[in-house]
Design a protein around this ligand. Structure first.
Ligand code: NAP
Length: 304
């Protein structure tokens, strides 16, 4: 059975000249469990040592429903201040535009202040990739575009991306932007395959956007599969994982990475061993038959 193309260890971020690892590490859960800057530094080193150079955070990470807004960025900022040499080893991505309890705000004044606040907390001069976290339907995309273009022109942001946008919202924001978007960040996992069929990945390929997959293990549901459908997907992955002598998680990451859109899974684990293990995903090779077997399990029905 012929194998699908090997997964490259690095990719180019959209149409930019920025090289990123084929896997990213996410910091949504970084500020949980009373983690200190020393703990955070250990995890960051672990990701970098595993060859993971794209780091994804957001201003809202750390928010627990009442407080903690900005805590994950601030923790990373502490790590970078203590060890300034780390900054040059990473491509730093963050997000803004969700402001509890509003819930979304991308009006020019707010978005400008959110970008400044992220720079302050992260203690950096430039953000490599800034995502609008979720679309604010009450701000005209032309205004959002102007604020983002100004931030790029001022050197505060190098490249731009969106998260949780529909294909029409991406087209429209891009229509007004002077700079090309480089990434889109939807939820994608073997348990969440919507964007394989709704045009989002087709649009990413057409526009040259790097798709960053959030919750690539379904937020952990793939590991602790509890219902029939989740178990069927887990079993389909296990069959391949056992042959390749890797864990189910690694098989899930590589299943996403084998898609021709060049999906970059954002590892959500805050466990050093699991972060290090994720790097094995680039070494896995898929046959079409095995890949489609996981898709069929995810669909819950045969392909037509
Ligand atoms: P995920 O990889 O789907 O899930 C991670 C969770 O699964 C963690 O709680 C982790 O626990 C657990 N897990 C992983 N492997 C495990 C194993 N072998 N055994 C037991 N538990 C295991 O990713 P996620 O954290 O939901 O999201 C990943 C990243 O996506 C976030 O950090 C963030 O950067 C991004 N994100 C973006 C959005 C957005 O709207 N743009 C939304 C959500 C997330 P351990 O830490 O104990 O390993």
């Amino acid at each position: 059975m012929s194998l699908m193309p090997a997964i490259p260890p690095t990719r180019t971020l959209g149409s930019s000249d920025i090289v990123i690892s084929s896997l990213a590490w996410g910091m949504w859960r970084l500020a949980e469990d009373g983690r200190t800057a020393a703990n955070a530094a250990r995890l960051l080193h672990c990701a970098l040592d595993a060859g993971i150079t794209l780091l994804d955070t957001a201003d809202i990470y750390g928010f627990d429903g009442s407080g903690g807004f900005g805590d994950a960025e601030a923790l990373l900022g502490e790590v970078l201040t203590a060890e300034p040499g780390l900054r040059g080893r990473m491509v730093l991505a963050t997000k803004g535009g969700i402001m509890p309890p509003l819930p979304y705000d991308q009006s020019p004044d707010y978005l400008r202040s959110a970008i400044e606040a992220s720079l302050r907390r992260l203690q950096v001069d430039t953000i490599d990739l800034y995502h609008i976290h979720r679309p604010d339907i009450l701000t005209h995309p032309q205004e959002v575009a102007r604020t983002l273009d100004d931030a790029v022109a001022a050197g505060k942001i190098r490249t731009l991306g969106v998260s949780n946008f529909t294909t029409a919202q991406i087209d429209t924001l891009q229509y007004f932007l002077g700079h090309g978007l480089v990434s889109t960040q939807p939820e994608i996992s073997p348990l969440r395959i919507t964007c394989l069929a709704n045009g989002e990945l087709d649009q990413a390929m057409r526009m040259g956007l790097t798709p960053l997959a959030w919750s690539p293990l379904g937020g952990g549901r793939l590991v602790h599969a509890e219902n029939e459908r989740d178990r069927a997907v887990a079993n389909a992955l296990d069959r391949i994982a056992e042959e390749a002598e890797v864990s189910r998680s690694v098989a899930a990451y590589s299943w996403l990475m084998a898609h021709p859109a060049g999906i970059v899974p954002i590892i959500g684990s805050q466990n050093p061993d699991r972060i290090a293990e994720a790097a094995q995903a680039t070494a896995m090779r898929w046959t079409r038959q095995d890949w489609y077997a996981v898709l069929v399990a995810a669909r819950g029905e045969r392909l037509p």
